[in-house]
Design a protein around this ligand. Structure first.
Ligand code: G3P
Length: 217
């Protein structure tokens, strides 16, 4: 399972990438606006830090303009993935980028039929928004399993990128559902490693080791 960081904070991404566990990055207009840094410059800085896919979202709503914006974004680095909304205009642009060999991430996916359309359009990734579905009173993680079943049934290559994940239980559910990738806000990524029994056990081992008076080196 690939782990992406859902952030446009370059320093934070650099810090988390040091774990060796970060496979890529996803951004969206909200995350970019939060940083207050020029969009293209921020994406270039992130692409220099991470070898894997870096999603950068278009702002246009018409396919022709999406194609122009996406082409500009794709020029930044070979690992840029053009992020497009799940609308018919976005799907037209997805199809055109697929024909040009440009990677795409179709975002704002809230139903299995939307994911099916993204796959038919040739998307590299589709991003179902788990947390926002939960907020809406639906079962976000069920959508991931439904999409997995459909994609496997028809042998679609489109990768399921679980997004809008709010806590480690969402990540576990995404892994159980067979999502290909999960994009994690930095606090969720950090929380994955935490367990109070790990902390307690380590404290105990370190204190017993100190009492033994031994050293390894
Ligand atoms: O990048 C899209 C996504 O992960 C949004 O998450 O928490 O704003 O619903 P959230």
């Amino acid at each position: 399972m690939q782990f992406f960081i859902d952030s446009a904070d370059v320093d934070l991404i650099a810090e988390l990438a040091e774990t060796g566990l970060v496979d890529g990055v996803t951004t969206n207009p909200t995350l970019i606006a939060k940083q207050g840094r020029p969009f293209l410059e921020a994406i270039a800085a992130i692409c220099a830090l991470v070898e894997g896919p870096v999603s950068a979202e278009v702002a246009a709503t018409e396919a022709a303009q999406m194609l122009a914006e996406g082409a500009r974004l794709a020029q930044i680095a070979p690992n840029v993935v053009v992020k497009l909304p799940l609308t018919f205009e976005g799907l037209k642009a997805t199809r055109a980028f697929a024909e040009q060999g440009i990677m795409t991430n179709v975002t704002l996916c809230f139903s299995a039929t939307q994911a099916l359309l993204a796959a038919k359009a040739g998307a590299t990734f589709v991003s179902p928004f788990v947390g926002r579905l939960d907020d809406h009173g639906a079962e976000g993680t069920e959508l991931l399993s439904d999409i997995r079943t459909i994609f496997d049934q028809y042998e679609f290559d489109t990768e399921i990128l679980a997004a809008s994940l709010r806590h480690p239980a969402h990540v576990k559910a995404a892994a159980l559902a067979g999502a290909d990738a999960a994009t994690l806000p930095p606090p969720v990524f950090r929380d994955l490693v935490k367990h109070p029994l790990t902390d307690r056990g380590l404290d105990q081992f370190l204190s017993d080791w100190a009492k033994s008076g031994q050293t390894i080196l």
